[in-house]
Design a binder for this molecule. Structure first.
Ligand code: UD1
Ligand code: MG
Length: 444
């Protein structure tokens, strides 16, 4: 730990040019150290305050402190406040370190506003997550709140960047016989970004229920996004607009990765802490913030493929076409110590809706669901429609940590595949690389 703290201070303080990337690595190490130091020390206090949950997948369902995600979240907010000088003071200096004669006119007020609006948005999400952990707010009440939290971000996007067009692939251009490279979505692009702000936090929260997965998925997404940033930074010119936004994005994500790894250490099987909805909302919003203020809100969703699939697959239960139990996490069987898929049961009072019967039967044929019928052939049970249960149906019952590792690996592989597509096939399809061109056009 001492070595980590020392390295963090070297990276942060031995940095007379205020290099943000180097400082971000230092803050990441500091975040990891602080999180791993604090969590075991505050866990008992959380339990005493009644902030605990039962680990449903262990023998005897022991209690575990919950809402611990608030520790890394608050740590992140403080780290990012300390980070401000490293992100912006360098605009006051020439390359040789001497200060500029007219620094105020060159100071990037737009960039600082974008950063501060992101921080405001994250603070709102931490508050929402905490209220949810404390009072278990209903879905219909909390669903749209992230979009409201994102308003400052969208306003800054409008004022500072304002690009709302999407590119048309070359082959479609020829088919439609249009000359323009892009199609302007106008105000709908703002609705899309608000939807991203709603989707990211909620999608992390519903891909949950096994030790390590809530944090594990955010670690994988953060790594993929940092890889995406590095692609731009290594290929782009130093000081180009694309370089600048991806430097900004990586500087937000590297400290985030540090605190997430610190939390994962305690949430990994057998979990010593639960992260709570505070973490799910906060971490999901970190991604929405970097995606929106880094101007890659479309690319962002390429790294959310498992979350998107989980949402689509879950929709019959989320929209109450079939009953949705309070918990859909897989079922732990104490006899073999493995996680099996969990079930939704239908009875005389809650029969399965007629419209769902043919859909479920078709799903059963392609192994998308497991059904149990009574002697009359009536469906009396169906497996809960979550990606975790589906992975169990496809790959068989698994130990909790193996299941989590498998889902994280699937997330990483799909994300990596998307990343490669994004940087190889997409530029070919569109004739040029979207983000580079949009940025160059807007700022040059
Ligand atoms: C979401 C899911 C729910 C899932 C729950 C698990 C939807 C619509 N909601 O609800 O199906 O059961 O997350 O987090 O898909 N828990 C464990 N082991 C873990 C993590 C959580 O047993 O590794 C249990 C604990 O009892 C913990 C509780 O889940 O107290 C937390 O559930 P909560 O985050 O409040 O559930 P939701 O987010 O509402
Ligand atoms: Mg939750």
């Amino acid at each position: 730990m001492l070595l980590l703290v020392l390295s963090a201070f070297v990276a942060i303080l031995y940095n007379d040019q205020f290099q943000p990337f180097q400082a971000a690595v230092g803050f990441s190490l500091l975040g990891y150290t602080f999180t791993t130091y604090m969590i075991p020390r505050v866990s008992t206090a959380f339990i005493k305050r009644g902030l605990f949950g039962r680990d449903m997948s262990k023998i005897g369902k022991p209690i575990c402190p919950e809402t611990i995600g608030v520790i890394p979240a608050i740590c992140y907010m403080f780290l990012m406040i300390l980070f401000i000088p490293f992100m912006y003071v360098r605009y006051y200096y020439h390359g040789d370190g001497s200060s500029l004669s007219e620094p105020a006119s060159l100071f990037p007020n737009g960039k600082l506003s974008s950063f501060l609006s992101g921080m405001l948005c994250l603070q709102s999400m931490i508050l929402l997550g905490l209220m949810d952990d404390l009072f278990d707010i209903r879905w219909r009440h909390k669903f749209f709140l992230p979009a409201i939290a994102a308003i400052p971000l969208l306003v800054i996007y409008y004022v500072d960047f304002g690009v709302t067009s999407v590119l048309i692939p070359s082959f479609l251009k020829r088919c439609l016989n249009v000359t323009s490279n892009s199609f302007d979505l106008g105000v709908f692009y703002y609705f899309y970004m608000a939807a991203v702000a709603i989707f990211c936090p909620n999608s992390v929260n519903i891909l949950a229920g096994i030790n390590g997965l809530e944090v594990g998925q955010t670690v994988v997404i953060a790594v993929l996004l940092i890889l995406n940033d590095l692609c731009y930074m290594l290929m782009g010119d130093l000081g180009s607009p694309a370089y600048s936004v991806h430097l900004y994005s990586s500087c937000m994500l590297i400290p985030f990765l540090g605190i997430s790894l610190g939390l994962l250490k305690f949430n990994w099987f057998p979990a010593r802490v639960f992260v709570g909805d505070t973490w799910c909302y906060f971490s999901g919003m970190v991604f929405a913030v970097v995606g929106i203020s880094g101007h890659f809100a479309k690319t962002l969703l390429l790294f959310f493929v498992p979350q998107i699939l989980n949402f689509i697959y879950s929709s019959p239960q989320l929209f109450h076409l079939v009953p949705c139990p309070r918990h859909r996490l897989p079922h732990f069987d104490a006899k073999d110590g493995l996680m099996h898929n969990s079930w939704t049961e239908y009875d005389r009072d809650h029969p399965i809706k007629k419209v769902m019967v043919p859909i479920f039967s078709a799903f059963e044929k392609i192994r998308l669901i497991k059904l149990v019928r009574n002697s009359n052939g009536t469906i009396i049970k169906s497996s809960n429609m979550t990606l975790i249960n589906l992975v169990i149906i496809w790959f068989g019952p698994k130990r909790e940590d193996h299941l989590c590792a498998l889902i994280m690996a699937l997330q990483f592989l799909t994300g990596l595949f998307m990343l490669i597509l994004r940087h190889t096939v997409a530029p070919m399809l569109f004739g040029f690389d979207n983000s580079w061109n949009m940025l160059e056009r807007r700022w040059n």
